[in-house]
Write a protein that binds this ligand. Structure first.
Ligand code: ATP
Ligand code: MG
Length: 415
């Protein structure tokens, strides 16, 4: 039997309504908060990601799906959404209008990682980007949207972690201090972090390996090295969150290893997901536009891992679909009349279905049960010639004799 590729997951019909529910909540809330949807391609030139995500990140070092196009140019399946959004914004000059500076997106992302619960090679994100706004209150809006999105979905026991990583200049001073602190402990760090010590020392702080966490226990703290300007911004973000009574936890380990990231950094974790505890993460990336040859543009966004959200949603949170009417027609005249009635019902916006194989009333009622129909309209030859159809409530099993007009009126009134 042919199987799907390792690390890829089918979303089966039983799970689809849960996904639709999450997407509806995301779309509704992002719109309420003033964001508009953007749909960007699934692959881009590799250069976009190499330039924007940066060579010393896990993604670019080892996780990208990169392949040559037929003309030899290098393409990459998108590992995240921000780079593509910024590329599209620059290409279509969306910064020119305030109406297109707050954007959200959905879609699959691709990373060649070790598959495990909550970690796949194709996964889905919902993300937002607020572009061209420096005010700390936009940071608050973005964080609050993420927080409220999870609350609206009914997720519990979440923690909002927040930190500021200052500007590039703030970090230069800090990184010196951090390296001084780490250098005598180098041999106790994991192999990855020994390498990071020279390539990207900040990342040692968020390494999940216990040895590294222990080694960095008393490491210098980034917010102690913020410039006044960065510090005022950060305090205003925290004040904004306090004013809206959003609980947060300062987390000094929360860093981003790229030069264009700056100031506010945040993520939301759940204790119920094992090792993959982060369901959404974001922060400011005030330097990204320039890294992609655009004008200097402050920006902030987040991305949510939707598979992890589905793992946390309780089973019974599914979309309530409209009641299903099953049309059970049998006999010479009953069957074609049922087919026409089905069309009429669907045209008037009613969810209706039929079983083309069922020949007898018994078989048809069994199909109606299997489809979980709420009502069945029964019409055999006799019913058609008398004009009196039977409307059966599948739950109570009660039946009423009605004509077609009465039935459609009933259905329109919600039955
Ligand atoms: P992690 O530390 O879990 O690898 P990350 O820092 O690589 O996460 P981001 O790039 O910030 O993740 O992506 C935002 C969110 O997307 C994550 O918080 C997570 O919920 C989700 N995510 C990231 N990688 C995967 C994956 N391979 N499978 C499923 N979800 C993922
Ligand atoms: Mg990762």
């Amino acid at each position: 039997m042919l199987r799907s590729v390792k690390g890829l997951k089918d979303i089966l019909p039983q799970q689809a309504s849960q996904w639709q529910h999450i997407e509806t909540v995301a779309r509704t809330m992002a719109t309420q908060y003033g964001f508009s949807e953007i749909r960007i391609p699934i692959f881009e030139f590799t250069e976009l990601y190499a330039r924007s995500i940066g060579g010393t990140t896990d993604i670019v070092e080892k996780e990208m799906y990169t392949f040559p196009d037929r003309d030899g140019s290098s393409l990459t399946l998108r590992p995240e959404g921000t780079a593509g959004v910024v590329r599209a914004v620059l290409e279509h000059k969306l910064l020119d209008s305030p109406a297109t500076r707050k954007l959200f997106y959905f879609g699959p992302m691709f990373r060649h990682e070790r598959p495990q619960a909550g970690r796949y090679r194709q996964f889905h994100q919902f993300g937002v980007e607020a572009l061209g706004i420096d005010d700390p209150l936009i940071d608050v809006e973005v964080v609050v949207l993420l927080w409220q999105f999870f609350l609206t979905l009914g997720l519990k026991d979440l923690t909002l972690h927040i930190n500021s990583i200052g500007t590039l200049a703030d970090r230069e001073i800090f990184i010196h201090k951090l390296k001084d602190y780490l250098s005598p402990k180098l041999s106790t760090l994991c192999g990855n972090c020994q390498r990071r010590y020279s390539t990207n020392p900040l990342r040692v702080l968020d390494c999940k390996v216990p040895m590294c966490q222990e080694a960095t226990q008393d490491a210098p703290i980034l917010i102690d090295y913020l410039s006044d300007h960065s510090n005022v911004h950060f305090q205003s973000v925290l004040d904004g969150l306090r004013s809206l009574e959003i609980p947060f936890s300062l987390n000094h380990r929360l860093v981003r290893g790229l030069d264009y990231y700056s100031r506010t950094t945040f993520e939301i974790t759940s204790p119920n997901l094992g090792a993959q505890s982060t369901i959404g993460a974001g922060g400011r990336y005030d330097g990204l536009f320039q890294a992609l040859q655009g004008p200097s543009t402050p920006a902030i966004g987040f991305a949510v891992g939707l598979e992890r959200v589905t793992l946390l949603l309780s089973e019974d949170i599914t979309c309530k679909t409209a009641p299903l009417v099953f049309v059970a027609g049998f006999g010479e005249i009953g069957k074609p009349t049922a087919f026409k009635l089905l069309h009429t019902l669907r045209q008037s916006g009613i969810r209706a279905d039929i079983d083309h194989k069922g020949k007898t009333l018994k078989a048809l009622l069994r199909s109606a049960d299997k489809l979980d129909a709420d009502y069945t309209i029964i019409l055999g030859d006799d019913e058609v010639s008398s004009g009196n159809l039977i409307l059966r409530n599948m739950q109570t099993k009660s039946q009423e004799v009605l004509n077609i007009k009465e039935i459609t009126q009933r259905i329109h009134k919600g039955l």
